[in-house]
Design a protein around this ligand. Structure first.
Ligand code: SAM
Length: 339
């Protein structure tokens, strides 16, 4: 409830002018119109006695959607030191914003979350990161801060819809450009394997937007797998399928592919032998890694050594940056042509 002055509509102008000159209007809130009155939110009581037709009332008023980014909107509400530590970037997955509250700013998390909530009308929920990525499924604990209490949403990217629970399944909207890059490389009738497919972003984007004959996703997280199946249906894809299991167990049973994607940058190289066995002659493997960009020659050598060990002739077509993991660490993709 917000303290307001209740003014007969015909008298709005003169009272409003007075309130403005005294700096009494609370600009964070929208005025509320009733049948014969208008309620203007104020910071404190202070209306002239001569305005006999005016009264005070506590009312439910809407918060104004302010302009500007998060930093601008928080100016004056946080100290200079706190402002320095605020992260400009936060992820939006469907209708959910995911924020990171720097240590020491926990008491301000509601204010920060509300500010983000008010930036974009498509944000219905704000969650905060409450831990780090777990090892195996790459998921992260998330805690509700404001808005609708849900962790499930439907993201849109590259002309597909992806339903997921953002806490139970890994998905990064920041990789959508990389998915577009891969999608544009696909040739007609390709058979594509997506190892570590999660809720199916690569699987669905490729199946929907390219002339691929079949796209197969393999995912170990049962919840991720269920969403991948659901997303294949949601996007009405006939040329895609989802398989539940560990790639070590499942991939050897799946035959050979023209293209294999390996989007598990932490440890994907440990599975490169598996991909080299499952790739057709002349096929391409996309291996994701985290590296310091200065050390890309080391990565080239590592890939060449694994290929040699597996008795495969490989050509590294390119190494492309596909994201930033930390200030010094890039997420890269090595495109490998296998002879
Ligand atoms: C970094 S996420 C990528 C998910 C998705 N491809 C994307 O781009 O959003 C890696 C995924 O690999 C899965 N995963 C990890 N080890 C696996 C394995 N041995 N076999 C199958 N899936 C695995 C995790 O559960 C997680 O969903």
């Amino acid at each position: 409830m917000t303290l307001c002055v209740k003014i007969p509509i015909k008298k709005t102008q003169e009272v409003k002018e007075f309130l403005m000159t005294k700096g009494l209007i609370d600009q964070r809130y929208k005025p509320k119109k009733e049948k014969e009155h208008i309620l203007i939110p104020i910071k404190k009581k202070g209306v002239k006695k001569e305005f006999k037709y005016v009264s005070y009332e506590n009312a439910n008023v809407e918060v104004k959607k302010e302009k500007g980014g998060i930093k601008k909107r928080l100016e004056g509400k946080l100290t200079k030191e706190e402002m320095k530590r605020i992260q400009r970037a936060y992820d939006i997955v469907g209708s959910i914003a995911i924020i990171e509250i720097p240590k020491g700013l926990e008491r301000k998390e509601k204010l920060i979350a509300e500010t983000i909530f008010n930036i974009n009308k498509n944000i219905k929920t704000v969650l905060k990161k409450a831990g780090i990525h777990s090892d195996e499924f790459r998921t992260i604990p998330l805690r509700w801060v404001t808005g609708k209490k849900t962790k499930e949403t439907t993201a849109k990217e590259n002309k597909v819809q992806l339903k997921l629970n953002v806490e139970k399944v890994y998905y990064s909207p920041r990789s959508s450009n990389e998915r577009k890059r891969i999608m544009e490389l696909i040739k007609p009738e390709e058979e594509v394997l997506v190892m570590f497919s999660g809720c199916g972003p690569f699987t669905c984007v490729i199946a929907k937007n390219t002339p691929a004959k079949m796209v197969v996703g393999v995912e170990k997280n049962p919840i991720g797998h269920e969403y991948e199946k659901e997303n294949i249906k949601l996007n009405r894809l006939k040329n895609a399928k989802a398989i539940l299991g560990d790639v070590r167990d499942m991939v050897p049973k799946l035959g050979r592919f023209d293209r294999i994607l390996m989007p598990l940058p932490m440890i994907a190289e440990e599975f490169l032998d598996l991909a080299l066995k499952a790739i057709k002659k002349g096929g391409t493997i996309h291996l994701y890694q985290f590296i310091n960009w200065e050390e890309k020659d080391k990565l080239r050598k590592k890939v060449r050594d694994i290929c040699a060990r597996e008795g495969k002739r490989c050509r590294i077509l390119r190494i492309v940056k596909s994201g930033q993991f930390s200030p010094k660490t890039s997420r890269v993709c090595v495109d490998i042509k296998v002879q």
